[in-house]
Every structure is written in C-alpha cells, then in structure tokens.
Design a protein around this ligand. Sequence first.
Ligand SMILES: C[S@@+](CC[C@H](N)C(=O)[O-])C[C@H]1O[C@@H](n2cnc3c(N)ncnc32)[C@H](O)[C@@H]1O
Length: 237
Amino acid sequence: MTAPFTVELDPTPGRRQGEEQFVLHLDGETREVVLHDYATVYSVPGLYEEVVQHRLQCASPATVADALVEAATSTGREPADLRAFDLGAGNGVVGEEMTARGVTVVVGADGIGEARDAAHRDRPGMYAHYLVGERLESSEVARLVREERLDALVAAGAVGEGHVPVDALAELWSTFPPGSVLALTLKDGEGDHDVADVDAMLAGLDDTSVVVRRRFRHRLSMAGNELYYLVLAAVKG
Ligand SMILES: C[S@@+](CC[C@H](N)C(=O)[O-])C[C@H]1O[C@@H](n2cnc3c(N)ncnc32)[C@H](O)[C@@H]1O
C-alpha cells in the first residue's frame, strides 16, 4: 500500500492515549488528527498502519493472534480449526495476523461504519460478515456463531474504557459454544481498571479458564514511552 501522505507525531509528554494527535499532510492540505478519531484515520488508506503499526510499533495484533493460537494448541487444536470473530476489528490488521497463522477469520465488528468500509477496501474478502454497532445485538451474534460455527472471539485494544464495555464482551462470549477460545489485549497502566473488570468477568464464569496471561509492550506513546498491556486467552470448557 503506497502512502501519498506524510505524518508528524506530536511528542508532547503526558498525553493520555485518547488525546494523542499528529499532523497529517495529504493532497496539499495539512490538518491535525486525534489518533482515536478512528473514522478519520481509517478514511486514508495506509494511515492507521503507518502511525500505529509502523511508527508506534504496535504489537497487539500479532500478540493477540499468537495467544489465540497458543490457547488453542494447549487444548490440542490446530489454528486451522478455528473460526474467528474479530471484535473492534478496525480495518483488519488483527484479522490479517490471524489469517497468517492459519485461522479462518469469518466475522469482523466495529463501532463505526468507517472501519467496515476500510476493512473491505484494504483487505477485500477477509471478513465474510462485518457488523457495525457500539453494542451488538446478542441474538444476531448468536445466530452468526451458530450458522458460521464460530469458536474464537478476539479483541485487540478494543475492550475497556472508551471501547467495547466489559459487560457487552461477557454477553458476546456467552453466545460461543464449549471449546471456544477468547483472546484479548487490555490496557494495563497505573490507575486502569480494564484488567480488573475482565478478571472479575472471567472469575464469575464457571465454564471458562484462563490459559495465557502476560504483560507485553503494546506500543510506544508519541512521546516515546513504552505502553504495557496484558494479553489474556481463555478457553470455554
Ligand atoms: C485501538 S483500535 C484497534 C483496532 C484493531 N483491533 C487493531 O488492533 O488494529 C480500537 C477499535 O475498537 C473500535 N471500537 C470502539 N468502541 C467499540 C464498540 N463499542 N464496539 C465495537 N468496536 C468498538 C474502534 O472503532 C477501533 O476500530
């Protein structure tokens, strides 16, 4: 993908992740873009990959895909057996990582239509279905899980504060059959409660056991600091 744009990241220290911004030079115009303005970021082909994957060295997509495969393997299953639902899928970076490991990616979902449009534009044919909604209808998800025989629910950087609420994740996970694998990356900084919230959710489930749990360097901040997340993978017994 060629990038007909250039970017200058704003290295102002102390910004929260949701406040980080950069200057975008595109088509002779210059404008400031907030990184979490996903609709704008996804609207320019290659921009998400340039800023998040390349410049900020985001490891979440590869890390969550590795954890998914590791969890499946621990139960004696091959990656090729897995049929995945990619939650908060964006333009398909995580789907591509799963596909590269032999997983069949079937469904993507995101809160905004711009993510679906970018996924179909950038990775045509990868998602057979792409749902849009801040809070998905669990009956629609349950139907897809059944009809498409889905058995992996994956979300990289997409659960927790400002993203998919943990109770919505619990509702989605309840639609997956025994033997399914859940793989997530979660913000794990000082004062964050995403990990505690997901731990509480999992502790309340008799049928789900955690098989992968480790901290990793999620990405750099624009100020150059290392941001750590937790990767979790769990299996439904
Ligand atoms: C940090 S991005 C990660 C995108 C992708 N998982 C990746 O790693 O490349 C977070 C994504 O979650 C999506 N998102 C935020 N709130 C959501 C919600 N309530 N339901 C579904 N997706 C949501 C955003 O639109 C965005 O695409």
